[in-house]
Ligand binder design. Sequence first.
Ligand code: CA
Ligand code: CA
Length: 171
Amino acid sequence: MKLIAWCLVISAAIVVAPSCKKSKSAAEGGSQSGGRARRTLVGVEVTSLRIAELPRYAPNGEKWDSWAPGAAEPDVYVKMVQLENPLFATEVIEDYSFSEPVVFASGIPFTVKAFTTDIRVEVFDEDGITADDNIGYFTFNLMKYEKKEMVTLSRPDGTLTLEIGLRWMYQ
Ligand SMILES: [Ca+2]
Ligand SMILES: [Ca+2]
């Protein structure tokens, strides 16, 4: 009985061995032919830009344009800067009413090519006569958000929140 059992094991091993070898070489071949270069990130498209929260009052407690009777609300725009070079600027939304989020459309979408470089995003109230009021800013790096569709930048106290929609472009 023992001898027969061994024979069975050996013959099974002979049957299995070539098939093992075959499947292994097939797997190797598969990894070679399927070894296309990994997709490389070539750019990040900003697909949307909006301000969900904006402080109603300047640091002095007054409205942003308290000097302008009848038009005391801010004239909002956003600038993006990389290494002190302008990357993008939105249109100005005049006398923002605070009734709904600020949604920018002009020039959007646009592509960020230097996506590993920090971006400073600044929110302003345009004034014209005097220097524009800097409402607030954030510095961030896109690579911290890789593959995410939205970056939300928010002050700890929640008074200023920016939402930036993203599309990741691979080649
Ligand atoms: Ca102002
Ligand atoms: Ca203004």
